[in-house]
Ligand binder design. Sequence first.
Ligand code: SF4
Ligand code: MSK
Length: 618
Amino acid sequence: MEEKRTIDIATAKMLEKAKKDNVETAWDRAEKMRPQCGFGETGVCCRICNMGPCRIDLVGDGPKKGICGADADVIVARNLIRMIAAGAAAHSDHGRDIAHTLHMAAEGSDYDVKEPEKLKEIAKYFGVKTEGKDIKEIAKKVAEKALEDFGRYKGLVAYPKRAVEQRQKIWKENNVWPRSIDREIVQIMHQTHMGVDADYINLIQQGVRAALGDGWGGSMIATDISDVLFGVPKPIETEVNLGVLEKDMVNIVVHGHEPTLSDMIVQASQDKELLEKAKEVGAKGINLVGMCCTGNEVVMRHGTKMVGNFLQQEAAIVTGAVDAMIVDVQCIMPSLSYVASCYHTKLITTSPKAKVPGAIHIEFDEEHAYEIAKKIIMVGIENYKNRIPEKVNIPEEKSKAVVGFSVETILNALGGSVKPLVDAIVAGDIKGAAGLVGCNNPKTKHNYYHVELAKELIKNDVLVVLTGCAAYACGAEGLLTLEAKELCGPGLKKVCELLKIPPVLHMGSCVDCSRILILLNELAKYLKTDISDLPVAGAAPEWMSEKAVSIGTYFVASGVYTILGVCPPVLGSKNVTKLLTEDVEKIYGGKFAVETDPHKAAQLIMDHIETKRKALGV
Ligand code: SF4
Ligand code: MSK
């Protein structure tokens, strides 16, 4: 039964344990939810005004229009771009917080500029002069310029001009270059208000503009400034899966997204005073582990072990060995306080944006970052003695992994330019590359699609890059190791041996999808072509979050063919479906496809790569 839910043995064991412990999980609730509402699934339920809810009858003689007259095209498009607005808002608000932290670092706080060179590099894009300037002065100016991009009243968002000229031209011609990050999100909310836009093409166009404000705006700011503050990731060894929890140490899980808190927690977990306290309560030390994208942020910079992805958050607590789970924002299941209450785990919320009834709330404040981080860790240390021994069962499964492939690292490994990568593509050793990103979703078997697709691609000499929860799935299967070269086709194997890299490269958290954009842009720049001409593709195999809708949209609008493993709620409109899966290609050079079978998806990607290779004449 549990094997139907996940391919991961550790998770399956914990689901069995949850059953014995009488603890309900997301999978149980997903089962109770079936069959899910067909109107919702196809996107034709509208609750935008209080004349509704209205729903369109797609098969029978029922209503074909809402009370206001909105048809399926309008309702589906409005619902979809509201998902983009929420996703772009989440990513971008994260970016804003990081920019704010840089500003505080410039003015004097527990944070500092770790990477002055990267700061100077991004200063260029914001038009900030660096010559002869003090680093704090540059940091302050860059932070202010970045913050301006969220609410500018004239001009355009700065980062899209990093893209190759051909791409910039497409965005300008189609009027989708974001004017300000927040404005495009607000405009979606306005445009989709009852009685405003009734043109599905115009609605989708605004969705594209807001999504670009995420990918080439808020997310890119989040990535860049995180690197400036916390370090540019470099390859580092770690371990992945629930087996990284330790029986005789204080286990603390950091879960959520923003590195501002988690990076401080990492530092505080090495504090001598706290290590002493841990020993006083009988533990051998503090075992800090990461979950979801917070985990991705800290592992890339510190090697912090990766305990699990989105659908493993409840399973981690079910081990009975988590003394504290610290959360900030995004992808935190409200069920965690209930699951924690079935064991001894303390759930600690830290953001004013994300409180959970039943959790302890210790509000994080960047001005007293280190002190608060220590206070939070102390909750875990003090809770160690409350473990219930008969409820503790840590699965032994864990895998080694090498993570932390920032664009800078990849270029370094290649000797400073993408030339060797392009040469390998031209020689056919590497056929192309694919980005696998995104979440888990109980609509699909946990981790199955991520892993099958990655394996199939590397077997066919397609280099894979990962962000988000996809990284945990492939990490747990051992695909983030040098040894995974044995699963590759002969060409990719040769390249992995030469460069000493895994065939599946971990590039970070969900905001770090912006790293993939930059890598693609570097390739396009080198080839003097557009991103849409490259033999590359993207996939969100098990996506569930609104952020993934925004990510998919900005990849398509950047010229990337993008496969979704779970169908978005658009099938209620033939026109919107056709627009996204066919017509957009004529505008942006990228388009969406939906394919629920990972092997067929791999074939689609390889066919696409082959077409692009032929067009490039390689
Ligand atoms: Fe119904 Fe129109 Fe109101 Fe939506 S906006 S709920 S379709 S009346
Ligand atoms: S954490 S958005 S489940 S990737 Fe970024 Fe994972 Fe998806 Fe959240």
